[in-house]
Design a protein around this ligand. Structure first.
Ligand SMILES: Nc1nc2c(c(=O)[nH]1)N[C@H]1C(S)=C(S)[C@@H](COP(=O)(O)O)O[C@H]1N2
Ligand SMILES: [Mo]
Length: 533
């Protein structure tokens, strides 16, 4: 045992560092693969990469999160997980190289990372307790044992006898090592693939419950979208955003799959004289309304993509709250903040006053004619017209607590975002695209503008430093939806900057002052530079 190390050093000869790196990489891979397999038995959210990723997201300052969204868009989570895997690969390789010299220390290093993963998994807000530690611990255990074995894989015992000609001891041992490492890698790939498969096919009950949902016809249907609300112009965002292209912003590395048949929503807190717990069927039995509402993310840059318009079906939250005995603060109620909590531990806080002021604040069960997609909050989410998503649109909701702004800061507020965040008036040029090359002559400039709760009254376009010229507004669906606009432009040769601004029904024109998204939404005007040839 004592001279394991020496034995290895000799046969592997000049390949020592490479062998160490390989041993480390294979052991790290094995650890993650076993963790993946165990997470399929526990729950996918407990997997170490998911858990550490979640912990990183939670600790990411608002500026950095915004930078990530800006640069990677909805791929931000993929980038994060790839980054974590990259770091782990480097660590594993280093540990493998260290293990050749300090065999125990290498294995211990792997275990340390297992403990980090386990800590992350058990301290997630949606953690189910100690069982969440298992994937990381078992995975790291497997990785540590493997690294210990590979790093110390003894040379061929002097079985062949010194005098017997064998091609080369070094070759034999090198091959033995490579075979062992290769076998471990193949076995790990199998375990990992099985884990992936099981994690991917999990949530069967949730999927089945969603496919069985039949949304009743809303007692209060949405008014038909007026003819003329949707312009027939190439390149303009469609008036209704299809579910598959609706933007998605959330912190969930694994999309929660909630079984609607066991789902419950609890309503409780300050001034809730009749607390209630509702099932999905309880909601479907209530009067359903359908409403077109444009949803916007506070992280949307001027001209950015995080805005979409859908026809939501749901129950009116204000009615439900009133039945529970909730009174808005303006009528003496004690609670001014409604905190919504999701199954993944997210918290979002909305002003009770806004939710109960007569607007169509919904507990939505349907989106564009189908049950909510899993990524958009199945079975139930909130949608409140006029408020940015992070202060209103809780997906996978399971709890509503009435409280005060003074006594509780929800998730995003703790990370530097504003407590209250009504949507700001904004407009966007959808066509032409930035840096487009266009032929001289007539060009249709077009896009969307939104000022939920207020409505859009005017959109103007400016070419270079010219005068503001009125764009043609499409018909208004409701003041809670965005409004398309178009502007016929006689494009002349050269480079041009097109700028847009909107004026809402309060008469206020979108400010030119640029503000960043943090803390309560970007301001400024969208412009697009084009070249006319
Ligand atoms: N559970 C949960 N709900 C959430 C979030 C989240 O991270 N977790 N993000 C919010 C934010 S910031 C926005 S903008 C909207 C986006 O909704 P969408 O993904 O359906 O477009 O969901 C909100 N609801
Ligand atoms: Mo958001």
């Amino acid at each position: 045992m004592i001279d394991d190390d020496r034995k290895l050093r000799r046969p592997l000869g000049g390949l020592r560092p490479a062998a160490g790196a390989l041993a480390g990489a294979v052991s790290g891979f094995a650890a993650l693969a076993v963790a993946e397999l165990v997470s399929a038995a526990v729950r996918p959210e407990a997997g170490p990469v998911v858990a550490v990723g979640g912990a990183v997201i939670d600790r990411t300052p608002a500026e950095v999160k915004d930078w990530a969204i800006r640069n990677f868009g909805t791929d931000d989570k993929l980038v994060l997980q790839t980054g974590i895997l990259g770091v782990l690969a480097l660590v594993a390789i280093s540990l493998g190289m260290a293990a050749l010299r300090f065999r125990r220390a290498g294995a211990a290093g792997v275990l340390v990372f297992g403990v980090i993963g386990a800590l992350a998994a058990t301290t997630r807000p949606d953690s189910r307790g100690l069982s969440d530690a298992l994937p990381a611990l078992v995975g790291a255990g497997a990785g540590a044992v493997l690294l210990h074995a590979l790093a110390g894989r003894p040379a061929r015992r002097e079985r062949a006898g010194a005098g017997v000609s064998s091609p080369s001891a070094a070759d034999w041992d090198r091959r033995g090592f490579v075979v062992a490492a290769g076998a471990a890698a193949v076995a790990s790939a199998g375990a990992g693939a099985l884990g992936r498969f099981l994690n991917g096919s999990r949530g069967g009950d949730a999927v089945a419950s969603r496919s069985r949902v039949v949304l009743p016809a809303p007692a209060s249907p949405a008014a038909a979208v007026p003819r003329g609300a949707a312009l027939r112009i190439d390149g303009v965002s469609p008036f209704v955003t299809p579910n598959r292209s609706f933007y998605r912003v959330d912190t969930a590395l694994v999309v929660p799959k909630v079984d609607a048949t066991t789902w419950r929503l609890r309503i409780h807190g300050d001034g809730v004289r009749r607390p209630r717990t509702l099932s999905f069927d309880d909601l479907l039995r209530r009067e359903l309304v359908a409403r077109d509402i444009t949803l916007t993310c506070v992280s949307n840059e001027v001209g950015g993509p995080y805005v979409g318009n859908a026809r939501w079906i749901g129950v009116r939250l204000a009615d439900l709250l009133a039945e529970c005995g909730v009174v808005p603060p303006s009528r003496g109620g004690p609670a001014d903040q409604l905190v919504a909590r999701s199954v993944d531990g997210m918290t979002l806080g909305s002003p009770v006053e806004d939710v109960m002021d007569g607007r169509d604040a919904l507990l939505a069960v349907g989106m564009n004619g189908e049950p909510l997609p899993f990524a958009h909050g199945f079975p139930v989410r909130m949608v409140v017209p006029g408020l940015y998503g992070y202060v209103s649109a809780c997906k996978w909701i399971e709890d509503i607590e009435l409280t005060t702004f003074a006594s509780y800061d929800p998730y995003w507020v703790r990370r530097g975002w504003a407590r209250r965040a009504p949507v700001k008036t904004q407009s966007r040029i959808d066509t032409p695209k930035p840096f487009a090359r266009l032929p001289a002559g007539p060009v249709t400039v077009a896009g969307v503008a939104w000022a939920q709760r207020r409505g859009i009254d005017r959109v103007e376009v400016r070419v270079d430093d010219g005068p503001w010229q009125q764009a043609r507004l499409a018909a208004e669906d409701s003041r809670d939806t965005w409004r398309q606009w178009s502007f016929p432009w006689q494009a002349t040769k050269g480079g041009h900057t097109l700028t847009v601004r909107a004026t809402d029904r309060t008469g206020r024109t979108q400010t030119a002052r640029r503000a960043r998204t943090v803390p309560d939404g970007a301001t400024g005007r969208h412009s697009v530079v084009v070249t006319v040839e």
